[in-house]
Design a protein around this ligand. Sequence first.
Ligand code: NDP
Length: 396
Amino acid sequence: MRRITILGATGSIGQSTIDLIARQPEAFAVEALTGGHNVELLARDAIRLNAKLAVTAHESRLGDLRAALAGTGIECAAGAAALVEAGQRPADWVMSAIVGAAGLAPGLAALKNGAALALANKESLVCAGPLIMSEAARSGGRILPVDSEHSAVFQALLGEQIESVERVILTASGGAFRDWPLEKLASATPEQASTHPNWDMGQRITIDSASMFNKALEVIEAHEFFGISGDRIEVLVHPESLVHALVGHVDGAILAHLGAPDMRHAIGYALNWPERVDLPVARLDLAKVGTLNFRLPEEARYPALGIARRVMERGGLSGAVMNAAKEVALDAFLARRIGFMDMAPLVSRVLDRAEGDSCALDAECTLDHVLAADQMARNYASEEISTGAEQKAGIS
Ligand code: NDP
């Protein structure tokens, strides 16, 4: 039996992972599950899967979690340190599916123990790519990409030499507003941004798909994980979301990975790697699909992609700064404090300010320095939002 831990078990990726492991109860023993606010679902799954430990990120939710698990013998805990403890528990395979930079420390803890880390939390590589990659090399822990595009590239590279790769093309659905007139984007609401044309995902990544901050993070993720320079990573809008990524080689060949837009494919691949097993996902009928469309992303519609290029050129801890500023911008958009098209300029202004503090940006990529850069960016972003609100209200 393989020992499994799921960080972010109550989310979209976490639930898809549980769906797969619950189909093979004899193959997996669940060590720990973590969640955030949804302790009812966390407790239900911990009982159903006979987990040893259940952790909520929020101390205020521990009482309810404890009550829901009373009499079951399942340990429970709360808070940031407990999440790291969950990641550290002995496990063969750990799913890293907490959303945001909060997923970095627990995933890193799992990697330190030599577990195979199924990495959905792209923010880990964006914020701390060198740290994650060096920890994997030191501990022997394997990183298995779960983002569908990165899983696709990983699979397309099987048996290939990385030196022969000329370029990697990540596809993007274009998100909720891909066909909206540009002038309408400024008035887009969180509700409108929260519907994805093809994928069923958590709310934050769905809005990040509409702004393409998600793709911006993925470009950086690919750069960090595959060691490919940013100028060789391209993005194409592909409205059907059936081709997940393409790898172009020096001989002109392009290898593409296709599949239905269902995250259980990439999760199942990571769960069973290096083997392939029968997965409960729809099979593509290309004759029915008929046509696949591709187009270049418009810069004016998706300014986040330019920010990703800037981050890869600047290097250092600028990925942590970009991600943290983006998280604060997204919170402000969700709270209707800023508009949809205000998010990218806000992230750019935070990067401008951070670049003025080269000591912070060029610090060694340790967990402490990454968290410090993250906090600095959150402070800058909050200040920028307050200043913007004051200016709107006419206060100088
Ligand atoms: P969800 O919002 O659906 O779930 C996030 C999970 O993280 C939940 O378990 C949530 O708990 C928990 N969580 C939220 N905030 C915190 C926190 N501060 N500390 C600890 N745990 C927290 O997200 P997704 O499943 O959509 O995405 C998870 C990760 O996977 C993201 O990094 C995303 O970019 C990536 N990803 C997602 C894809 C998808 O299809 N959904 C595709 C590819 C990558 P609770 O809900 O109980 O509050």
